[in-house]
Design a protein around this ligand. Structure first.
Ligand code: PBG
Length: 327
């Protein structure tokens, strides 16, 4: 009898429920992704990601102000360049949108942690995450280019770079390039475990990075595989990754748990564009309570072992943490 009654006593008051939560969520653990487009004075809606904006570097402080006042202190920048070519050279242009945005963020909000996505898909004319030779991705030819991109971000002042291309060996290539120029404190948060996912649809529209032919299955992972995730994570840790990303989040919480248990580095879960769009659409249609499902999904990510959540809902989540709905 005594044992049976015990759990319920921990559910009696709001105070006791809050006190005894097993999972803690902090605003410090949130990363807000932002799309930076070339140009000036641009702040436009993204049709596929209702509520999110594409902004030019000069307008970034406007969005940072909102993030900082909500209590979100880390951002992840994606670039939408003005030109694309076969090798994606706009990705390492010192006056590209991401490089400019990093400088602007550091000038206006130096306390914000600036993380940059390192990939080629928004910069190559083919829309793939690396260089294409004979209709195939050329892994090794892509590595020095990724290193150049990461270096250009570090020179602009990025605190951390986040390679999302899924080429083998890129963490080592980026680490070596950063160290060679003295950027020893610039961290690498690697998208170690990235599945070939239908949940990226809205993002490709937002960053204009859909592949012009084929798909990404030769370099992104098959959703049926879990051991492969551990192999990918192991490689990235051995190459010097400081944080591992598992992506998407919702359909891969078992992978978050396994990677978090197996490796002694923080794990970040990326709740991707399709997850955001899905929750937003269901809420807009009046089918589900938005705060309820978003907070519950976020709690699930942390309960699964993630220490960091990358989410388009970061600002709203911060507000719901303030209200005590989460955390
Ligand atoms: C670039 C990249 C993608 C995402 C993050 N970095 C798209 C892709 O791999 O196709 C997806 C993020 C999201 O859907 O929110 N390689």
């Amino acid at each position: 009898m005594y044992i049976l009654n015990r759990p319920r006593r921990l559910r009696t008051t709001e105070g006791i429920r809050a006190l005894t939560r097993e999972t803690r969520v902090s605003k410090n653990a949130l990363i807000y992704p932002l799309f930076i487009i070339d140009g000036n004075g641009v702040l436009e809606d993204i049709a596929s990601l209702e509520g999110q904006k594409r902004c030019s570097p000069d307008r970034l402080p406007f969005l940072l102000e909102k993030a900082v006042s909500a209590g979100v202190k880390s951002i992840l920048l994606f670039g939408v360049p003005s030109y694309k070519d076969e090798i994606g050279s706009s990705a390492w242009d010192e006056s590209g949108p991401v490089q400019k945005a990093v400088r602007e963020a550091k000038r206006t909000f130096p306390e914000v942690t600036v993380i940059t996505d390192v990939c080629m898909c928004a910069y190559t004319s083919c829309g793939h995450c690396g260089v294409i030779r004979n209709k195939k991705i050329d892994n090794d030819a892509t590595l020095p280019l990724l290193a150049k991109v990461a270096l250009s971000h570090a020179r602009a002042g990025a605190d951390m770079t986040a390679p999302s291309d899924m080429m083998d060996g890129r963490v080592a290539a980026i680490r070596a390039a950063l160290d060679s120029e003295g950027f020893i404190d610039t961290a690498v948060m690697s998208y170690a475990v990235k599945y070939a996912s239908a949940f990226y649809g809205p993002f490709r529209d937002a960053s204009q990075s859909a592949p012009s032919f084929g798909d990404r299955r030769s370099y992104q992972m098959d959703s049926h595989n879990a051991l492969e995730a551990l192999r990918e994570a192991e490689l990235d840790v051995s190459e010097g990754a400081d944080i591992l990303i598992v992506k998407p989040a919702m359909a891969y919480l078992d992978i978050v748990r396994r990677v978090a248990d197996e490796f002694h580095v923080p794990v970040a879960a990326y709740s991707v564009s399709g997850e955001y769009a899905m929750m937003r659409a269901a809420a807009r249609a009046g089918l589900l309570d938005e705060a309820g499902i978003v907070c519950e999904s976020a709690a699930g990510v942390f309960r699964a072992g993630a220490k960091i959540l990358i989410s388009y809902y970061a600002l709203e989540l911060a507000g719901w943490i303030d209200e005590g709905r989460l955390g």
